[in-house]
Design a protein around this ligand. Sequence first.
Ligand code: ADP
Ligand code: MG
Length: 348
Amino acid sequence: MTIRKLNETVIRRLRASLVITSIAQCVLELVQNSIDASATTIEIRVDVSTYYVQIIDNGTGMSPEDLKKVGQRYATSKCHTLDELQKVNTYGFRGEALASIAEEAVVEIISKHSGCYDTYSKTIKGGQLIQYGPTRYNNRRSSGTTIIVRDLFYRYPVRRRQQAQTPASFANEIDSVKRAVETIALIYPNIIFTLIDTSRDAKIVMTRKTNSSISTFRQLFGVSLSQHLESVSEEENDFVIKGFISTRGLPSRQHQYFFVNNRLIAYNDIHRTIDELFAQSSFPNRVNDTLDLISSMEISSDQRQRKSMGKCPVYLLQLTCAATEYDICLDPAKNIVEFQNWGKLLKL
Ligand code: ADP
Ligand code: MG
């Protein structure tokens, strides 16, 4: 057996398949790019049966020079030094998403930079540049970017088979996309999000601009679910927590959102602690003692009623802290987090 270094093509392909694992993941990366580009309107069109994703934003756009570089691995405008990495406050910082999507699909990027007269476009298929130059395409905006992804995972028939082959699995996949968009819309109440399932020509997510996450939650999930939500805002130990939490429980954890510096975090000790405290009749007093986050809440509902309603509180909590407090790179999707000092956060 001899050891040989993998060639560039193999490396690119292996890495790409790790970074973008599903249609929902692809949508999320593109939406995050639009948010990083200060977009206030983001329209997403998806057909899961044909592996098609289109995203139209009114962000800053890319200059023709930047567009030329985009889609190459590790090409990013967001972070260039180790020092900047410590302070990164954008979703992106590795320059991997577009390169990975372009490796696995046909990608057309059309962009107009606010400081440029012309709109430019670029097409990449399977990592190969197909076209680049000025285009007549007009997105009717003074600046912005449109990205069209066709035939995602065309090289991965097994992944496709696993994800979306039957009407039931299509429904599952579009549901994941819907949930990804709803979740990010919740923490950007000032951005207008539209998600269209183009296979049915149906608008499945539509938010209007509001000034609070609770109002966006009400728009997305209706008045009855939003009835018992209380705003939360606390600062403790260099951690700032804000958002809302319900005084009544639900039978499922469907509406439990915990964000660390605007990234949704997978179920972990924080969620477990909040659930446990809620299940115990001591809630919210022990939360006050621990996370110290809901002192602004007045719980008037009685414990028995809460128990009969289910044990999972609805909440959306946004933790803001220094990037040095935690490591977000434990998985490529960046939704597993490890804190330097869990005790400091949970105060258990
Ligand atoms: P990252 O977000 O980590 O920088 P990406 O591959 O997602 O990496 O994007 C590469 C670069 O392309 C970004 O740094 C940004 O400069 C540019 N870009 C991507 N999407 C957009 C967009 N919607 N609007 C403006 N610029 C964009
Ligand atoms: Mg990105």
